[in-house]
Design a protein around this ligand. Structure first.
Ligand code: MLT
Ligand code: ZN
Length: 477
């Protein structure tokens, strides 16, 4: 168990970091002590905001010496309470937001080095200045930071082509739990020096150290894109269509998102300015984006031809290719606002799960049926990254005045049931959001013993005092 910080430690850090880097003022700390969804509320002895890696190392080194807990935080956009300190108030909340510089860019290396507090949208802008792009984007791009994206192995809607953060980090700098600095920012494409510490820190949710900077892989900027909305009969037909389009268009296909009729209906009901893209409602829809680099042929013609063939032989039921950027954006809006529309509909159980891609079409249909049969009145909504074998499998409680009471009484059990189905399908209980506080107990209960023991051993070896982001990933013992 970590110790609360002494007044001497706090005074030392205040002197070291100065007024911009240290505060105990309740009003300055308050916004960062709850998660953005308002589900987790914590307390902290102080909010420290170092301006450099050396300052982070000084803070962590002092905390390691005195066994004080450190909770790293970037944009505070965790979906699982991963950046919210515990309620005991003994930890230091360490914000990376002042470390927000792009340290370097190289068109030759196709790489960009950004500090942990750099906001994703700013990194996109920086890459564009050298005719490149960083191919990871998600709804929270205006506030999510590089450190948080690395620490959660974030995904988004281009994973299909470029992979999640694990595929995009070429180099990393982090302060380890003893205060030492692991500095490996060189944009190496190949590096076989034994264990890959960088990969261990990616997705570690701040439990093995504080990521302070990352060197990211860039790809050519987009010249033209083709965006289509397609109606299909089933998720199986959707997956077959994806494979067919890949065969025709190669890796131009960057996004392939599944939108069931019930998710589209929620968006049309709750999000102003949206309209159905197809004349007749379809049981399942997919949103596809194909892109070409600057100077290459527009992918629109190839996509239209492939879709015409799919319509002719019944592989797709209906389709429309966006005729303008505005229409393309309106299709994306239908996809990107599903979570917002769900929120407007009311609280629901959210699960970001994965199973092998080939098993996902059956899973979304059969798991939805199993949940709705077992919990009468519930409605399962499975949408998202079908091509990655990852969907958001969310369960709405029975409608009516007792929805909140139902969630309180049955929610945990119903989520447990969903996870049982996922595990039976050889899947993962977290494909995107991570474990954080929310799923720590579920992980402890469901993970294979050998894997769990190895995770604990790694944690003990690197953080013997258990000071890094306690209560996240591992359930408090
Ligand atoms: C998405 O893919 O839209 C998000 O990851 C969903 C979410 O907010 O759960
Ligand atoms: Zn997602």
């Amino acid at each position: 168990m970590p110790n609360p910080p002494t007044e001497a430690l706090l005074a030392n850090l205040r002197d070291r970091l100065g007024p911009r880097g240290f505060t105990r003022a309740p009003d300055e700390m308050a916004p960062w002590l709850s998660d953005w969804r308002g589900r987790y509320h914590g307390a902290a002895a102080a909010l420290v905001s170092p301006a450099s890696t050396e300052e982070v190392a000084a803070v962590v080194g002092r905390c390691a010496a005195e066994g004080v807990a450190v909770v790293p935080q970037g944009g505070n956009t965790s979906m699982v309470g991963g950046a919210t300190p515990g309620a005991d108030g003994g930890a230091l909340l360490l914000s990376l937001r002042r470390m927000n510089h792009v340290r370097g860019l190289s068109a030759e290396d196709n790489a960009l080095t950004a500090e942990a507090g750099a906001i994703l949208a700013h990194v996109h802008d920086a890459a564009a200045t050298i005719g490149r792009r960083f191919p990871l984007s998600l709804g929270a791009k205006g506030s999510a930071t590089i450190g948080g994206l690395v620490s959660t192995n974030a995904g988004g809607t281009q994973v299909l082509r470029f992979g999640p953060m694990r595929s995009l980090v070429l180099g990393l700098e982090a302060v380890l739990p003893d205060g030492s600095v692991f500095s490996s920012l060189a944009p190496l494409r190949k590096d076989n020096r034994g264990y890959d510490l960088k990969q261990l820190l990616i997705g570690a949710e701040g439990t093995l150290g504080v990521v302070t900077a990352a060197t990211l892989r860039l790809v050519p900027a987009v010249g033209t894109r083709a965006v289509a909305w397609i109606g299909v009969d089933s998720p199986r037909a959707a997956l077959a269509l994806l494979r067919r389009l890949e065969a025709r268009l190669g890796d131009a296909v960057e996004s392939f998102e599944l939108v069931p009729a019930n998710a589209l209906a929620l968006v049309l009901r709750h999000v102003p300015g949206t309209r159905a893209p197809l004349a007749r409602p379809q049981p399942w829809n997919v949103l596809i984006e194909a892109v070409a680099p600057v100077g290459a042929a527009d992918p629109c013609g190839a996509l239209e031809a492939a879709l015409a063939d799919a319509l002719a032989d019944g592989a797709a039921a209906d389709a429309v290719v966006a005729a303008s950027e505005a229409q393309a954006e309106s299709f994306w809006k239908l996809r990107d606002t599903i979570s917002e529309a769900e929120r407007a509909e009311g609280p629901a159980l959210k699960h970001d799960i994965s199973v092998p891609v080939s098993a996902m079409p059956e899973f979304v249909v059969e798991a939805a049926r199993a949940v709705e049969d077992r919990y009468p009145g519930t409605r399962a909504i499975a949408f998202g990254h079908l091509g990655d074998g990852n969907v958001h499998f969310n369960v709405q409680p029975p409608t009516g005045p007792d929805a909140a009471a139902w969630l309180a009484a049955r929610g945990e059990e119903a989520s447990g049931f969903v996870y049982e189905l996922v595990i039976a399908a050889r899947g993962s209980i977290s494909a995107e959001h991570g474990i954080g506080q929310m799923k720590a107990a579920t992980l402890a209960r469901t993970d294979p013993p050998a894997r769990l023991a190895a995770l604990h051993a790694v944690k003990r070896a690197l953080d013997p005092g258990g000071i890094m982001n306690p209560g996240k990933l591992f359930a408090p013992s």
